[in-house]
Design a protein around this ligand. Structure first.
Ligand SMILES: [Zn+2]
Length: 620
């Protein structure tokens, strides 16, 4: 196991260094430079993959520490590489017309990455870019740190816990004066806002939560927005969103504004209908508006009262072992692959490994690490262990999740299907000549679409019947699945409007760098959200995604629009019909990043993607 870290980590990083030296020595115009570039990228990808995986999952703290060191080294290596003028010169001296399509695409992509690092600018500009990048990293970390460490609490009476689940109440005993503290951590605030009957207590908790990071982060955010703008202008981009969107499917800054408005309009009627239902329900309690203190509470109330789904009743059908086997059976049938259990060297006894075969040929290997344990990565994600390159190495991918060993919630089942979608994408797209395009390396705003689409199979009554059976072997009833779907879907247009408010804020703050952040936020609430803000609160100061997503918060909805369009090609009554499933596999997944996502999707659909399927789903 630790051999991996040595062979695929340390050794490969060393190899990357030797390959860069060889690339620097290559004569200008030498066509082998591009092969060398691919070798450098492959060595780096190997090293960073094994390091990020083991840092997240290995039970031995010494291995984790070594893996983290290699992670830092590989990322520093990549930064230096993209500022290496000699390497850039070797690549930019190549004649694109002498290359095949794949070679041209790799070259274009590499040169763009170099230019975005400022490698081709004068020394002064390069120095400024380097400085700005460093300041931006620090500011971003500071913004997140203020949120992380700025945890606040709200004191409410013990009676205000009425409506919350018993385990929540137990975990929040009253102090001597009969008060309870609710912190701004998600596991505290989210259930409280969703279930506490006491409107005034919800208001107090919401006021604290939506003011997290204020006022400290106001100044940090202003500087962050300012420096991002300067970073973009330095390389002659119009503004930060245009710089950021250049490498995404959406392509340009203004296209983000158009997308946000189009989706917001599409959700307007259904969103107002949802709001009407919420207001009607709130009126029964004498509450007259749906604000940040009430929106979650009434969404939950309507789901519960109108679509009564008992979570305990649902869990009976989702024993982990059956879900696991069912997932493999469903995906084998859908993608025409077979799985063969293998004993591979792994990092923990919980991990199971399978070879994936297509027409009897090995396609790659997957490892499933699905249960929680101490100090393991605590979300759900797909990790690359080995990127696949045709004729050189088969892809290996890993699912890292934290599911119970017994009965699962249905939402866990959906998550499992979602993450497995990334794993299939990684495996099926592992036969590229160029490592840059292997696996899930498509545009960042497309990468969720195949996974969002695979979630549909976890919501289909016929599919669920094949594995969701209770202890007596009774399959889950179709009418229960129908009610689960209704509950899930209530309020979707209302929530899409909230998402578009977040997306608009992330875009317009970067575009305009408003002097009065709070005033601009309120305007955007009015324009996009159907939820009323609370007076004198400052949501943006605690909106952590402004660090990672910067101006691109639209991406999740963007890929959902495409996922709905992709799914429209399938017949809901025949989800396994082989012709369309095979075409999807070969046209959309197998090419990885070797073509623009828009072209792959158009190839599959026989037309460019559009928003019709998404709009139909919204209005349903
Ligand atoms: Zn995902």
């Amino acid at each position: 196991m630790t051999d991996w870290l040595e062979e695929r980590g340390t050794e490969r990083l060393k190899a990357a260094g030797d390959l860069v030296a060889a690339l620097r020595d290559a004569p200008l115009g030498d066509p082998t430079a591009l092969e060398l570039w691919n070798d450098v990228s492959l060595a780096l990808a190997d090293a960073s993959s094994v390091a990020s995986l083991l840092a997240a999952v290995h039970p031995d703290p010494d291995v984790v520490a070594r893996a983290e060191r290699i992670e830092i080294e590989t990322s520093g290596f990549a930064t230096d590489l993209h500022l290496d003028r000699e390497v850039f010169d070797r690549l930019s001296a190549l004649d694109p017309d002498a290359l095949d399509d794949g070679g041209r695409r790799v070259l274009t992509d590499a040169l763009r990455t170099f230019r975005r690092s400022g490698v081709d600018r004068d020394e002064e500009t390069r120095e400024q870019v380097r400085e700005l990048d460093q300041q931006l990293t620090e500011l971003g970390q500071r913004f997140s740190r203020v949120i992380r460490e700025g945890r606040r609490t709200t004191r409410v009476t013990a009676e205000a816990l009425a409506g919350l689940p018993a385990d929540f109440v137990e975990a929040h005993p009253a102090d001597a004066d009969g008060y309870v503290e609710i912190s701004t951590d998600y596991p505290d605030t989210h259930p409280f806002l969703a279930y506490a009957h006491d409107r005034d207590a919800r208001l107090a908790v919401a006021r604290t939560f939506y003011d997290l990071g204020h006022p400290d982060n106001d100044e940090v955010l202003r500087e962050l927005l300012d420096l991002r703008h300067r970073r973009a202008r330095l390389l002659d981009y119009e503004d930060w969103p245009s710089f950021d969107a250049e490498v995404k499917m959406i392509g340009s800054g203004p296209a983000i504004a158009e997308f946000v408005d189009r989706i917001s309009d599409a959700a307007a009627d259904a969103g107002r209908r949802d709001l009407g239902v919420l207001l009607e329900r709130a009126a029964q309690d004498g509450v007259e508006e749906i604000d940040l203190a009430s929106s979650r509470y009434y969404l939950e109330a309507v789901k519960r009262e109108h679509h009564g789904v008992d979570a305990q009743q649902v869990r009976r059908y989702f024993a982990f072992d059956r879900v696991h086997d069912g997932l493999l059976a469903v995906t084998a049938r859908l993608f025409g692959v077979t799985y063969e259990r293998v004993e591979a060297p792994v990092w923990h006894e919980d991990v199971t490994s399978f070879d994936v075969l297509l027409d009897g040929e090995p396609l790659g290997r997957i490892h499933l690490d699905l249960h929680p344990r101490a100090s393991k990565y605590n979300h759900a994600a797909q990790f690359t262990l080995v990127p696949g390159v045709r004729g050189r190495q088969l892809p290996e991918g890993v699912l890292v999740c934290n599911f119970p060993r017994g009965l699962m919630e249905h939402r866990d089942v959906v998550t499992l299907f979602h993450e497995f979608g990334h794993l299939m994408h990684h495996t099926l797209a592992g036969r590229q000549d160029w490592v840059r395009f292997s696996g899930v390396s498509t545009e960042w705003d497309f990468v969720e679409a195949p996974s969002q689409m695979l979630e549909e199979w976890a919501w289909d009554a016929d599919v669920l019947r094949t594995f969701a059976t209770d202890a007596e072997g009774e399959p889950i009833p179709a009418d229960l699945v129908a009610r689960m779907r209704e509950a899930e879907e209530f309020g979707k247009a209302f929530l899409v409007r909230t998402q578009m408010f977040y997306a608009a804020l992330s875009y317009y703050f970067h575009l305009e760098r408003p002097a009065d952040l709070a005033a601009r936020m309120l305007e955007l609430y009015d324009a996009y959200s159907l939820v009323r803000p609370l007076p004198d609160t400052h949501f943006y100061a605690g909106f952590g995604h402004l660090e990672g997503y910067s101006s691109g918060y639209y991406t999740y909805m963007w890929s959902l629009v495409i996922a709905k369009d992709l799914f429209s090609a399938f017949d809901p009554a025949a989800l396994f019909a082989p012709e369309v499933a095979t075409r999807y596999r070969d046209a959309v997944l197998a090419p990885g990043g070797s073509a623009d996502a828009a072209d792959l999707v158009a190839d599959f659909l026989g037309r460019p993607y559009d928003t019709r399927a998404f709009e139909a789903w919204l209005g349903r």
